[in-house]
Design a protein around this ligand. Structure first.
Ligand code: CTP
Ligand code: MG
Length: 212
């Protein structure tokens, strides 16, 4: 069974505000995209990266010739679709460059579920905040029971044929699992990890990153 790792790295990183795409931010010895590659590489047979339009060559220089670089789209879903078009694996892992520090062990555990027969597998961690649904007028509408809420991470794993089906409608969602739900598919949640957090804002915003 072969596995393709797709890394969505075509975002502009507006909220981080580095002045260049977030995937190129340096974290220790490596850029975020290199960290993301390092976590998937031991687990996959092919890697495809969606790069921001206009940054394809810069991306190729960083990642080398063995990795396929495609031009991303204007949304994350479109960026994933562009990469999916050249994926060849039986299974695909869809990962965010922004979750650069996810471990290879997490990717391995996702693939193990696919091999065991799941069509769609997403890592999740219990939410620590109480979550409220707030209406447009600014008043709380409801408070979902926290015990059934999880924050969803990447890498998310799919049987490639099933993910192709989910993307066929050109639908938009903030993760690929939601597209599987939209076509009535079952999405298995496995234990995520704290290190797979999404790097979104710079540390000046009050978030303390241990590596800065
Ligand atoms: N992404 C992508 N193509 C887009 C938008 C986002 O491939 N058109 C990717 C990002 O590169 C990132 C992941 O999707 O790895 C999650 O997105 P996010 O954290 O929102 O990153 P950015 O969109 O770059 O950040 P921002 O929303 O602050 O601009
Ligand atoms: Mg974004």
């Amino acid at each position: 069974m072969s596995v393709t790792g797709i890394i969505a790295a075509a975002g502009s990183g507006e909220r981080f505000g580095a002045g260049f795409p977030k995937a190129f931010i340096q974290l220790g010895d490596l850029t975020l995209i290199e960290h993301a590659i390092a976590s998937l590489a031991p687990v996959v047979d092919q890697i495809v990266i969606s790069a921001p339009a206009g940054f394809e060559n810069q991306m190729r220089e960083i990642v080398g010739e063995e990795i396929t670089v495609v031009t991303g789209g204007s949304t994350r879903s479109a960026s994933v679709r562009n990469a999916l078009a050249v994926a060849t694996g039986d299974f695909v892992l869809i990962h965010d460059a922004a979750r650069a520090l996810a471990s290879s062990d997490l990717a391995r555990r996702v693939v193990a579920e696919l091999i065991a027969g799941e069509d769609a597998v997403v890592p999740g961690v219990a939410v620590v905040d109480t979550i409220k649904v707030v209406g447009s007028s600014g008043y709380v509408e409801s408070t979902p029971n926290r015990s059934s809420l999880v924050g969803i991470q990447t890498p998310q794993g799919f049987k490639r044929s099933v993910l192709n089906q989910a993307h066929a409608s050109q639908a938009e969602a903030t993760d690929d699992g939601a597209l599987i739900e939209a076509i009535g598919g079952k999405v298995k949640v496995i234990a995520g990890e704290d290190s797979a957090l999404k790097i979104t804002y710079p540390p000046e915003c009050g978030i303390i990153f241990p590596w800065f």
